[in-house]
Design a protein around this ligand. Sequence first.
Ligand SMILES: *Cc1c(COP(=O)(O)O)cnc(C)c1O
Length: 378
Amino acid sequence: MNDLLIMTPGPTEIAENVRKAMAQPITNPDLDPEFFDFYAEMVSKLQTILDTENDVIVMSGEGILGLESACASLIEPGDRVLVIDNGIFGRGFADFVRLYGGEVDLVEFPDDRPVDAMKLEEILKEDSDYKLATFVHCETPTGILNSVKEITEVLNRYDILSVVDSVSAVGGVPVEVDNWGVDILLGGSQKCFSAPPGITFMSVSEDAWKMINNRETEVHGYYLNLIPWQNWYEDKKFPYTQAISDIYAFDQALDNWLGDGNVLLRHAENAEAVRNTLKRAGLELFAKDGHSDTVTAFKKPFGVDYAELNQIMADKYKVMIASSVGRYSEDILRIGHMGENCHEGKIYITLKALDRTLRELGVDLKEELQLIFAKELV
Ligand SMILES: *Cc1c(COP(=O)(O)O)cnc(C)c1O
């Protein structure tokens, strides 16, 4: 199991120095003053990466914890929330909103292209009485990248607070929280930063803090409550004991990211080469437009069974790619080329394994995938 090349859209491959960082001796994170400074340093690295001066909170738990915490802390019973939907994660926000008493207005866009900000504006011209809006930066199941900038520009014109799930985008595509006026932007450790699953982080704007602090009702959740995170440094007090080994790994992953001057360019170039490769071989991308540079989703060739493909790829070539989820689980295959996965050597091996496997399963490809990829890169 652990000698597979994991080319899925999260969790991604983990660098050796990140794995080793987890094995460091620990301190008591609640009592060691140096740990608070270490933690503050990590937060400032994230502020650099997100291009923001807003607070950044790092929580112990998977990405879903961040999404749920934002909803639990912002939403009060009866609040009207605009849930912008062009995919499975986008729609999924509605469940969290309802769980905390919010009234959901789902605004639906086609799943195979980015959200149309002009159409969003048309809708808001009719009715813009929303406290906040949620949307997804990269729809991981379908490989679509929404323009955070265009959407928040519209939302900000109508004074609607933005909550953006960027779990599978941040670190792989440009993010400018302050320039774009994003109120809450959420990320996770196991996608483009290639640390183990277990950490989620979010930037929180002053407006978001105001909304949270001016609640009339209490937050329904203890672990999910963002309020105790406001003064952790001044008070030298975390809301709960931090998952210190996960944090050491995550911090090392951030150092790797910051020390790599090419990371975003590499995502853009490799992703484009993957897309061109699949198209030239005769396969069909799922997205009509707005392809994410972190994950490529393509239509599963007719007659191919994912379980069988996965088995052959694992047994013969020691590579794993993903199917999709929900309504797309039967129709889409996905290559995660984000974070540590985004190196041409790994992608070459993956495409070669995929090529051989698809041929074994009876699929006709116009040319060998890895050979097209090599040509696309030069
Ligand atoms: C990965 C991911 C999350 C985190 O959820 P899991 O599926 O539990 O890993 C949240 N949002 C998006 C868009 C993601 O890709």
